[in-house]
Write a protein that binds this ligand. Structure first.
Ligand code: BES
Ligand code: ZN
Ligand code: ZN
Length: 506
């Protein structure tokens, strides 16, 4: 869908559908709606007066105009109470707007932006509006045969405003929203793809392709290099699969001078069967999404590069399947990481931390100002926090604060779990430096404890997205399936970035 900005007057515009927004608690309708109401013989104001439409958040009503104004239909969309309006509610109503337009068969529509009377910076809420409008239209249809007559597509959305001076900033904000939505589409597509079509080799080829398109660097380490470097965590997990592992390195702004380097690390398990500690069959298909961290890292770098943000960004993506092949790692085996540390593999299903450990040590090579990893790491995080919020742990207060603030703005929120010394006890091993499970309690925390052993040299935040990466049902701007979580959050972290105060000291 294309989004345009237009200066104009609502009652004069031709469109298949013309959209007005209303607050639940505002007695008078906005000026543009008042003009249309008059032309429509006060039918809108009477409807509202008679409680035929109550402007609760995301409520809609579509009304015919019987040729009294050029637009064929008008739609009213509720914003809820004025004091409760937020950026995310703007995303939601934008999503409801475009999905309703599409569902009634419109191929174009106009949103009357002056009817959203809001006290937020224009650049922020126009960007949020564009994000919601686009994200709600996402569909994953790669493997569906849909006859052309059943394809319903909203092609054009016009944002109508009256003040000419707002046109430029609105246009720029919408452009940012489009870049972000495009990156989220990319990430959702990767996650929704079945494992058979996103093996580590295929993902690595995909990474090279986007790097070329964006003019950024991409390097892929394959088996011989991984062996030489001693990445025993990644190689250990890969042992059970016929698919060779890959370690993808993306680098944006590689030659930036006087800029902080931020490293993103994404868990790239393209299928997690559990390995020899095989998972149960129920919901195992969902484990194609165990590369959601990897996909979010790729998507966010795509957006950051298109936005031309000034920092140097490195994406490190260890990729492998976790399969129970005859040469698979066995419970009790010991792996040796790139740092030389060893771990006892008490459970082959706790594989994410093994591949991340190698990548986190590799991050040191970039002398990063900050490292953020994203991983669908533990079922325990889903038990603790559900699917609403991402679990956050880390070793640096300032970095955690930045991630939290970016989470509030992008509405990909994070909630901190404690990474206290006492928990480290649980991952002690009798025969190796550490072991990869910490017992039945506090599994999200003990997983992060494991990672913390490899992140001592830089400020680090770990995001457990096991609960937030997948949606069981659709909502205003997400659909059942991959959410694409992490993209908006990481982009916002970088958009807000100022020189990191504590370079090289956690
Ligand atoms: N990929 C899973 C975690 C997961 C669970 C992601 C549910 C998304 C939804 C991870 O590799 C895993 O299996 N973790 C185990 C660890 C346990 C064996 C210590 C878990 O959380 O059960
Ligand atoms: Zn697992
Ligand atoms: Zn996993």
């Amino acid at each position: 869908m294309n989004i345009h900005i237009k200066i104009g007057t609502a009652e004069k515009e031709f469109a298949e559908i013309l959209v007005f927004y209303l607050y639940e608690d505002t007695k008078t309708v906005s000026a543009p709606l008042a003009y249309c109401d008059k032309a429509l013989n006060n039918s809108v104001s009477e409807l509202i007066k008679g409680k035929g439409f109550v402007a609760k958040l995301n409520k809609t009503i579509v009304l015919p105009t019987y040729g009294k104004i050029p637009a064929k239909r008008i739609m009213l969309v509720g914003l809820g109470k004025k004091k409760d309006i937020t950026l995310d509610k703007i995303r939601q109503v934008a999503g409801i707007t475009t999905s309703t337009m599409r569902d009634i068969g419109a191929s174009d529509g106009i949103s009357v932006m002056d009817s959203i009377d809001i006290l937020l910076p224009l650049s922020e809420w126009y960007q949020a509006y564009a994000e919601g409008a686009l994200l709600s239209l996402y569909k994953y249809q790669r493997y569906k045969s849909i006859p052309p007559e059943e394809q319903q597509e909203l092609k054009e959305l016009t944002l109508l405003l009256s003040n000419k001076e707002m046109s430029r900033p609105a246009h720029d904000a919408v452009k940012y929203g489009q870049i972000i939505a495009d990156a989220v589409y990319f990430t959702r597509d990767l996650i929704n793809t079945p494992s058979q079509d996103k093996t580590p080799t295929i993902l690595a080829e995909g990474a090279k392709k986007i790097a070329k398109e964006l003019g950024i660097q991409c390097k892929v380490l394959s088996f011989p290099e991984l062996k030489k470097l001693g990445m025993g965590g990644l190689l250990g997990v890969a042992q059970g699969s016929v698919q060779p592992p890959k370690f993808i390195i993306l680098e944006y702004n590689a030659r930036a001078k006087n800029q902080d380097t931020i490293v993103f690390v994404g868990k790239g398990i393209t299928f997690d069967s559990g390995g020899i500690c095989l998972k149960q069959a129920k919901d195992m298909d969902l484990m194609k999404s165990d590369m959601s961290g990897a996909a979010a890292v790729m998507g966010s770098i795509k957006a950051i590069a298109k936005m031309k943000l000034p920092q140097r960004i490195v994406g490190l993506i260890p990729c492998t399947e976790n399969m129970p092949g005859s040469s698979a790692m066995k419970p009790g085996d010991i792996v040796k990481f790139y740092s030389g540390k060893t771990a006892e593999v008490a459970n082959t299903d706790a594989e994410g931390r093994l591949i991340l450990a190698d990548a986190l040590v590799y991050a040191e090579n970039y002398q990063p100002s900050a490292v953020i990893d994203l991983a669908t790491l533990t079922g325990s995080c889903v038990v603790a926090l559900g699917t609403v919020v991402t679990g956050m742990m880390g070793n640096n207060e300032e970095l955690k604060k930045r991630v939290k603030i970016a989470g509030e703005k992008s509405w990909e929120r994070t909630w901190e779990l404690p990474l206290w010394e006492e928990y480290q006890e649980q991952i002690k091993s009798d025969i190796a430096d550490i072991k990869n499970v910490g017992g039945p309690y506090a599994g999200a925390i003990t997983a992060a404890c494991f990672l913390s052993k490899f992140t001592e040299k830089y400020p680090w935040v770990h995001l457990d997205i096991a609960g937030t990466s997948w949606c069981e049902k659709s909502s205003a701007y997400t659909q059942k399936g991959a959410s694409g979580v992490g993209v908006r959050l990481l982009v916002q972290v970088v958009q807000n970035w100022t020189r990191f105060p504590e370079k090289n000291s956690p």
